[in-house]
Structure formats: C-alpha cells, structure tokens
Write a protein that binds this ligand. Structure first.
Ligand SMILES: *Cc1c(COP(=O)(O)O)cnc(C)c1O
Length: 238
C-alpha cells in the first residue's frame, strides 16, 4: 500500500475511534482531504483509495489542479481566504466554500454562481480565537450573517466552520468547538435548516468530533508536512 493510502486508512480509523469515544455513530464525520501545496499525483493516489472530497485554500494553485483532475468525480471545497476578485472563479469551479465571513462576498458568490450549476454550498467561518485570529465572523454577529446569507438565491447555507488557534490543550480546543456547536443549535432553533459543523484538522479532530463536528478537514495527517516557504509564496500570489 502506498504512503497516502496508508495515511488515509489511519485517518479514517482515527475518525471512527473519535466517533466511538464520543458515543456517536461510526463515520459520524465526513473526511475532507486538504490537498493544498500537494501535487495532482498525490490527489490521484488519495482518490484511488476512495477519497472523493478535497479542500484547497489558494485559488491560483487550485485552478490548474482542478483542470488536470477534471476526469475525476471530486467534490471540491474552497477553504482559504476570500477576496472579491476571486469570487467568480470560486463560484464557477467549486462545490462548497467554507470561509465565508462577509455578506458582500456571499452576495458576489451568489450572483456569480452559474445558472446551470446547483447552489453553492456554504459554511460561515466563525472566529472562536478572539484576538489571536483575524479570520471569521465574530460569534455574536454570526446568526445575523447566517440569516442574510440564507436569503441569497444561488447559495445554500449549510453551517459553520472554525479554525482554533494552534497549540491549545484538549479542553481549550473543546471549548472553542463547543462555541461553534452552540451557534449551530441557536441557528437551527431560529429556523435555519443547517446541518454542517466543519471543524477539526490533523491536530484537533478528536476534540472537534467530541463537540459534534460532522466534517473534518485533514491535510498533514494524509499528505505529510507542507513546505512553509511554498505556502507563504502561495499566499502572496493568490
Ligand atoms: C490547511 C488547512 C487545513 C488542514 O490542516 P492540517 O493541520 O494540515 O490538517 C484545514 N482547514 C483549513 C481551513 C486549512 O487551511
């Protein structure tokens, strides 16, 4: 078995164990393989092992990869920083976007979603890290933004996404994730038909699953460590 196939299998086992430990059903969380900075050959290997959902963060990097992989039935998720000048390409090429935090960006995605495609599936990114993060809507503004985005015609709001700051203890990870789960409950009680908690990565997926995550976004534990320098360059280029 190749390294990626083995890592994927181990990752699926980790998810199953975490679901079990949390008293939840086996496969309680879908696995998104985060392939940013990794070549199409790595994605093909993961696909050959049955993986169908992939996440990318940098549009300039992602577009040629999506094109080269157009023969595969991949569900593509955009999870990176969003700027107005990127929304058209994202609305055209992706199935999901997890990093929406502003109404204006959501409006553009809705307007630019091609009419012959199904609604773009959306998660709102929530900032659960306070001053430690600049990304995401503040929790106390999330419900109002969720309502506004729910009204847009070519989007389907599915739930919330969060990225706690790195290096937290397990209890601290859990308290961040619990905040996001509480937001989902509040939004559902307010009548929004949401079903997705996109939270948990290589280092904190157990905590996320404990708190109700049903989509985890895993890169390093599947594909290996990313080159930091390359990532910085991509960030500047995109
Ligand atoms: C890179 C990234 C991931 C994957 O992180 P790992 O620690 O490599 O598993 C998950 N979510 C987002 C938004 C990312 O940018």
């Amino acid at each position: 078995m190749g390294a990626i196939a083995a890592a994927l299998q181990a990752c699926r086992k980790r998810i199953d164990s975490a679901c079990h430990a949390a008293g939840r059903a086996k496969n309680c969380a879908h696995l998104m393989a985060v392939s940013k900075t990794f070549p199409v050959a790595a994605i093909r290997q993961a696909y050959a092992s049955g993986q169908r959902v992939f996440g990318e963060s940098y549009l300039q990097e992602a577009l040629p990869k999506l094109e080269q992989l157009a023969d595969l039935a991949i569900e593509w998720h955009f999870i990176g920083p969003l700027q107005s000048n990127k929304t058209r390409q994202i609305a055209t090429h992706f199935d999901w976007v997890h990093s929406v935090a502003r109404e204006k960006i959501a409006q553009r995605l809705s307007e630019q979603r091609p009419a012959d495609m199904p609604p773009l599936q959306i998660c709102l990114q929530v900032n659960v890290s306070g001053e430690a993060s600049k990304s995401g809507v503040e929790p106390d503004a999330a419900l109002a933004l969720a309502r506004a985005i729910s009204a847009l015609p070519n989007l389907q709001l599915r739930g919330f996404m969060a990225i706690p700051e790195p290096g937290l203890s397990l209890p601290a990870q859990r308290s961040r994730f619990r905040q996001v789960a509480a937001l989902l409950t509040t939004a559902q009680a307010a009548g929004l038909p949401l079903d997705t908690l996109s939270m948990g990565m290589s280092d904190d997926l157990e905590a996320a699953i404990m708190e109700g995550a049903n989509m985890v976004r895993v890169g390093t534990a599947i594909f290996g460590a990313r080159q930091k320098i390359e990532l910085n360059q991509l960030e500047q280029a995109s």
